[in-house]
Design a protein around this ligand. Sequence first.
Ligand SMILES: [Zn+2]
Length: 117
Amino acid sequence: MKKSKNYQKIISQLDNLYIHVSEMAKAGGDEIWSKDKKALQEAIGIIDDYEKATEQAALLVQRYEVGAKVIHRGMSICVCPQCGRRARINHAYCHWCGKKLIWDSVPVPQKRRKNGK
Ligand SMILES: [Zn+2]
């Protein structure tokens, strides 16, 4: 992912800064260097976590919000394109893995309507 590379760039830049600040702290300078060091460490952790959360969110969207065509195995048997288990006819989501299903191209037998009212 493009964004991922940006995060990596920021993190490596902060890493460099961290090394620099660490040297300053080691040299026995102001206490402020130690505080900067700690803040940088936390910032790097936050960006790292954020990146992971973003990736996770993208995966969830891919799974639950982006539909995929069900695989027609003949008769009234259709399987989920994600987990390969049997999908219930015309269900919007896979009962097993939660994948959003698209039924467009499948000649799904329509449910028989009850006669009468
Ligand atoms: Zn499934």
